[in-house]
Design a protein around this ligand. Structure first.
Ligand code: BGC
Length: 565
């Protein structure tokens, strides 16, 4: 799994004002109704405006927003998330392809920078498709939100499927029976996994076993959808079987057969949670030109659009099945937590959720930290903890301008941001806590007393990696929180999607027929690249291919479990 980060200073914020428009004009047509929130961050002579459009009327498949500036404000083109233009004082914003459909109750956020002189009075009226936005709902009608027949949180009141294949491997390890009953993800990591591979039963056999485990009660079945064309474009360890341009095989040879099986009536009472395409969309934000962290493969996948199309296709197809709950992979805080990565990631999620027939209502939520090692909670500091007179965010190598230092705060903020864009307010987050425990003797038990910010953070942090860009078989890691439902606000569940004991990648070249390459981030002697800020890889040695059983890692994860076993 690739990761990356980029540090960026933030704009100087001098003044922030927010105002909400709810005028009293009667709508010209009952079908169009809207509310617009216009908020600015003003630094004197210039400002950033965020414009949140909420559709209170019937669904629209394209929109044009109009307003007039009271003063001499000028939009600095191009603006974002819309096509912006200005004529005199009149400003028009029309939708982009990904945010054109706005269902009833849906919102989208667009914005721009602007200049002005004199005063910066906010516009007072907005129109959508020619109708004034009064903030009034046109009347009763179907509200947004989840299908009433579906659980808002599928994990609530349900047990979660235990994969017998993983369970057998865990049980074969000394001490492994302590965790062998934990639910872990079932990975469809190539077409052959659908029918079954040596040592791993196929999807039908899993689902039949899930029905047996359910015994008539609610049961969540967690399946990982992970086989995009050109998979894993920023790393080599989990390169996939499909060529970068082979979107057709992805659709008809991978997603369609999975959808056909999941839709069978025999499985209609299972709550099927899909984890959609780890790392793919985040890679298109951070690991592309012109960034220093770019890779050729990610540039290709961005240019050919096949990650966006593939995710859209999967969301649409799988989302059509009434008992499927789609969660899209959103990376983790040590990758997407920087300002220049965070909202662009939400935006590409919106783009994918509107591609290939998908709509944002096909998305039940997002998952953070899949197969990664980012700590759930940094207990002894936040990004804003002041040491040496300034927040650690601003002057430490570890935090390095990131807004977040742990997964819980990141996941909750990501959910809020997704809701502010195209996604429903009812979405929930999952956090993969399979390997982010960081217990054992090296775990700090209190905040450092150092007044040097770097020393303070390094002595206080629970995440013991060299850098949060490290992702392969991390030395010193432990099992994290055990899977459970409703652990925190906005979080549907802690889950173990990465099965503990399965390698992230080989520590040296191993020939294979699974399409898996050798990534030096899995080599303990590797000194890094721009995606981990040129740090040591921190990987364990003697590791097998990704997905293969790694006994030594399993033992270390148990020894360093937090909470302890
Ligand atoms: C591998 C998959 C494997 C999964 C779960 C990924 O890194 O590429 O083949 O199924 O991990 O262990």
């Amino acid at each position: 799994m690739p990761r990356r980060l980029t540090a960026m200073a933030t704009a100087l914020v001098v003044a922030t004002t927010t105002l909400s428009m709810a005028l009293t004009t009667t709508p010209a047509s009952a079908a169009v109704a809207c509310r617009v929130d216009y908020s600015v961050t003003d630094w004197g002579g210039g400002f950033t405006a965020r414009v949140r459009i909420e559709n209170l009327g019937d669904a629209v498949s394209g929109w044009s927003l109009g307003f007039a500036f009271p003063g001499n404000q000028r939009v600095t083109l191009p603006g974002w998330s819309a096509n912006w233009s200005q004529s005199g004082a009149n400003v028009t914003a029309t939708n982009l392809a990904w945010n054109g459909s706005l269902g009833t109750g849906a919102t989208t956020e667009i914005g721009f920078n602007a200049t002005y002189s004199g005063s910066n009075t906010a516009p007072t009226s907005f129109s959508l498709n020619g109708t004034a936005c009064t903030g009034e709902d046109p009347g009763p009608g179907p509200g947004p939100g989840p299908d009433p027949n579906k659980a808002n949180n599928p994990y609530e009141g349900a047990r979660v499927y235990v994969n017998p294949d993983w369970q057998a491997r865990a049980n074969a390890e000394p001490g492994g029976s302590r965790i062998a009953n934990q639910p872990t993800g079932v990975w469809m990591d190539r077409r052959a996994a659908i029918t079954g591979t040596p040592g791993a039963r196929g999807l039908v056999a899993h689902l039949d076993e899930a029905v047996r485990q359910a015994a008539g009660n609610p049961l969540v079945f967690q399946v990982v959808i992970y086989n995009l064309p050109g998979r894993d474009c920023a790393a080599l360890a989990s390169n996939g079987e499909l060529e970068a341009d082979d979107i057709d095989t992805y659709k008809t040879g991978y997603i369609d057969p999975i959808a056909e099986i999941l839709a069978r009536p025999a499985y209609a009472n299972l709550r099927i949670v899909t984890v959609i395409e780890i790392d793919s969309l985040p890679n298109l934000i951070t690991n592309v030109a012109p960034r220093e962290t770019q890779t050729e493969n990610c540039n290709t996948m961005k240019a050919n659009g096949n990650y966006v199309k593939g995710v859209g296709y999967a969301l649409n197809k799988l989302g059509d099945i009434p008992n499927v709950y789609n969660y899209v992979d959103a990376g983790h805080h040590g990758w997407i937590g920087w300002d220049d990565n965070f909202n662009p990631t939400v935006q590409i999620m919106c783009q994918a959720a509107n591609a290939e027939g998908a709509t944002p209502s096909d998305v039940w939520g997002f998952i953070a930290n899949t197969a990664n090692y980012s700590a759930l909670r940094e207990e002894f500091f936040t990004a804003n903890t002041v040491v040496g007179g300034r927040p650690v965010r601003e002057h430490t190598d570890w935090v390095d301008w990131n807004r977040y230092v742990d997964e819980l705060t990141f996941a909750q903020a990501f959910r809020t941001q997704a809701d502010s864009q195209c996604f429903d307010a009812n979405i929930g987050m999952l956090i993969d806590t399979s390997r982010n425990g960081w217990g054992g003797a090296d775990r700090p038990t209190s905040a450092s007393t150092s007044t040097d910010a770097n020393t303070f953070v390094n002595e206080s942090r629970i995440d013991r990696r060299f850098n949060t860009g490290n992702w392969c078989n991390q030395s010193g890691a432990g099992l994290g929180e055990r899977p459970r439902a409703n652990p925190a606000t906005g979080v549907d569940a802690f889950v173990w999607i990465k099965p503990p004991g399965e390698s992230d990648g080989a520590s040296e070249e191993i020939p294979n027929d699974e399409g898996k390459g050798f990534d030096r981030m899995c080599d303990p002697t590797y000194e890094g690249n721009p995606r981990n800020n040129d740090n040591m890889s921190g990987a364990l040695g003697d590791a097998p291919l990704s997905g293969h059983w790694f006994s030594a890692q399993f033992q270390e994860l148990m020894a360093n479990a937090y909470p302890a076993l």
